[in-house]
Every structure is written in C-alpha cells, then in structure tokens.
Write a protein that binds this ligand. Structure first.
Ligand SMILES: Nc1ncnc2c1ncn2[C@@H]1O[C@H](COP(=O)(O)OP(=O)(O)OP(=O)(O)O)[C@@H](O)[C@H]1O
Ligand SMILES: [Mg+2]
Length: 376
C-alpha cells in the first residue's frame, strides 16, 4: 500500500504543502528575470520549493525554459562546465538527434563526446576537452544566454547544492568568472540554492565577494504548525485512518516543525496505526526513530572535541548566557574567546544555527537524544 507521507526525496504533488508566499516570490523572480538566492538549513525544503515553482510555471504558461543543475556530485570546475553544457542541451532539445547536432555546432571547439545509455529517457554523458574549456570557459557560461536569444525565450538556470563550489580548487576565481559572465545576461537569470548558511551568506552578502548583491536573497523558514496540522490530518483521512488533535500536535511539537522530520514521524505513526492514531502511538514512533538514529548520533559525537560537546550540553540545558563566566565555568568551555571558535566549528558542521533568538540545534531528534540519553 502506498504510504501518505514523503521524506528523503523531493516533496511534489499532493505531498508538497503550502509555501504559497515563497513560491509566489520565486515565480515572480523567474518571470521578471530576477536572480534568486535561496538559503536554509538541510532538509527544510529548498529543492522541493524550486521544483514545485518550476512545475507551476511550466503548467501555467510554459514560456520559460528551465535548466536544472545539481552540484551534489560536482567536485571540480570541469564537472560544473560539463553539467551546465549537458543540462542546457537537454533543456533546448526534444530529441536525441538534436542533442548530438547541437553539441557539435555549439560546443565544437571543445571536442564534445556524447555517450548514450541504453535507457529511452535521453540519458547521456557529455565529455569535453578540459584544456580547451580552461582557455574559454566563458563560451560555456554564455550557452544558456545564446540559446535564449536564438529561441527568443527566457531562461532560468537553477543550481542546487550551490555551497559545493567551495570544494572546487579555486572557488573565488571561479565565482569571479561566473559573475563576470552572468551579469551581462539579459534573457537568462539564476536561482542558486543551498545549505551551509554561513558560507552562502559570506558568498552573497560580503561586499568584497563577486556575488555581492547578485539578487533576491530568500531565507526559507520551516512550515507553520497550522499548515502541518491540516496536512497531517488530511493525509490520515485520505487513507481512511484517524488521528487525534493531541497526536497531531505531538508530531509537530517533537519534530519542532522540521519538514523532513514531521513527514517521517507522521509516516512512522501512520504505519503503527490500524484505526486511530493517538499520543501513545506517536511517542512509540518517536522512541523508535530516536533509537534508529542513535548510531549516527554517536558517530557524530565522535567527531566533536570535548569543549564542543560541553557547549552542546549548555545549549540543550538552555543555559541563558553562553558566554557568561558562570556558564563557561559550569560547562568547562575554556576561555570566552574559545566560545566563538566552538560556535564557528559547530556552525560549519551544520549542527547549530545562530539566530537573533540565540543558539539552536538544527536537528530536533539529535537534540532530544542529547538531552534524554547522552547527557542524561
Ligand atoms: N512544502 C513541503 N511540503 C511537505 N513536505 C515538505 C515540503 N518541503 C519539504 N518537505 C519535506 O522535507 C524533506 C526535505 O525536502 P527537500 O529535499 O526539498 O529539502 P532541502 O532543503 O532541499 O534539503 P537539502 O538541504 O538536504 O538539499 C522532503 O523529503 C519532505 O519530507
Ligand atoms: Mg535539496
């Protein structure tokens, strides 16, 4: 039987809920040719939101061509150019023959090689002469704009996991190249999204960086409790199971509105329910989930220094002033200068977020595990 909740993949169709404002803003930017930078911690719904908004655009007018890149696996600049060229060809071709022809006419100087997989869905690999690309990277960066002008249409290039460019050999020089080329584009705009909030903010919001003021920066929030409430109730109802108001609230509360975890905990609770889900079932599902993840959490702790662990202890205890002398002494955090370093390290590891409201743990199940098992 198909389960009504989705996690770990893109939420689409009926599994995608809400985000009306965010989606409208994104679509407005697509239509007006405004660049967008979308930032949130892991698993809050960036990819789902972009895919949903692209789908809406395609369904309402189909006037924009979207080029979709995912830098998840890109480790080098070379891979980036090949990916951009490949996805651009796909966006502008409807048949395999077109791809081969277009690769020759548009990318001829890079000696493109197209290798097809036997599957029918236009799967192919594109490889090019890297030495030649290094001489003229701009030609590939111009490709979407060139085709947009040729076909008289608008193009939006969506680049997922953009934070991965930090792993390239010369990230700053690479950003300079992109910026120099992209800022001249008239028919092409860019939607760049990723986690690693600090790195993304540094890239897009530091006056000294090439991408400073490149476009509209959107910080994605978690979904509201009311939105989750309606969604969970609806998904249970659809599958002819019931759930109490208390159980819904407990799911949202334990997952602290975190999109991935709300869906996962709802799913685990749904699986344990024959007729009606109540708070006991949710508690059991949550205990099972925590248990299941504890191995990973232990491994994560092995990667932390003692002072970082002590700092997490202070955070889970909700210690009010983390840099205060008493807190530093009580939790053995070293010197007050050390606190900044600890925060920075935990931010980079995407374990905490620092907001005006204070320091928060990003993973609600990890927080619960720390409090009730590790530090208990
Ligand atoms: N609008 C939504 N409606 C329902 N569920 C959602 C929504 N957005 C996200 N989710 C849930 O969160 C999970 C993660 O979403 P998604 O992969 O889009 O996040 P992400 O921010 O791109 O994550 P990552 O940083 O790991 O790439 C989805 O699998 C789904 O369970
Ligand atoms: Mg994603």
């Amino acid at each position: 039987m198909e389960t009504p909740f989705v996690f770990g993949k893109i939420a689409s169709g009926k599994s995608f809920t809400n985000r009306r404002e965010d989606s409208r803003r994104l679509i407005n930017n697509f239509e007006s040719g405004t660049n967008t930078i979308l930032i949130s911690p892991r698993r809050w719904g960036k990819s789902s939101l972009v895919h949903h908004s692209v789908g809406e655009c395609n369904a309402t007018h189909g006037k924009i061509r979207f080029i979709m890149l995912d830098l998840f696996k890109a480790r080098t600049e070379e891979q980036f150019y090949e990916m951009l060229a490949r996805e651009t060809l796909i966006a502008f071709s409807s048949r395999i023959d077109d791809i081969v022809k277009a690769s020759r006419t548009l990318l001829g100087r890079f000696l493109p090689k197209v290798t097809f997989s036997p599957s029918p869905d236009m799967e192919f690999e594109l490889s090019m002469d890297w030495e030649e690309i290094k001489r003229a990277p701009d030609e590939i960066l111009q490709l979407p704009e060139k085709l947009a002008a040729q076909k008289k249409c608008k193009v939006v290039v969506c680049i997922d996991e953009f934070q991965n460019i930090a792993n390239f050999e010369e990230p700053l020089a690479f950003q300079k190249k992109l910026r120099a080329s992209w800022q001249l584009h008239k028919n092409t705009s860019y939607c760049l999204y990723g986690s690693k909030k600090n790195m993304m903010i540094h890239v897009f919001n530091s006056p000294s960086m090439p991408f400073y003021k490149f476009g509209d920066i959107l910080f994605l929030e978690k979904l509201d409790a009311e939105d989750w409430h309606a969604y969970i109730r609806g998904q249970f109802r659809k599958t002819k199971k019931k759930i109490t108001v208390g159980a819904i609230k407990l799911i949202i509360g334990l997952a602290v509105n975190h999109p991935y975890y709300v869906q996962q905990l709802a799913q685990l609770s749904w699986l344990r329910t024959t007729e009606k889900c109540d708070t006991t079932i949710v508690q059991e599902a949550f205990a099972g989930l925590t248990q299941q993840l504890s191995m990973l959490f232990h491994a994560q702790m092995d990667n932390l220094s003692n002072t970082q662990i002590n700092f997490l202890n202070a955070v889970t205890d909700k210690a009010e002033h983390l840099s205060a002398k008493e807190t530093i002494n009580k939790y053995r955090l070293g010197t007050s200068a050390n606190i900044q370093r600890i925060k920075q390290a935990l931010l980079l590891k995407e374990i905490i977020d620092v907001t005006p409201a204070g320091v928060e743990l990003l993973d609600p199940v990890f927080e619960h595990w720390l409090k009730d098992y590790y530090f208990a």
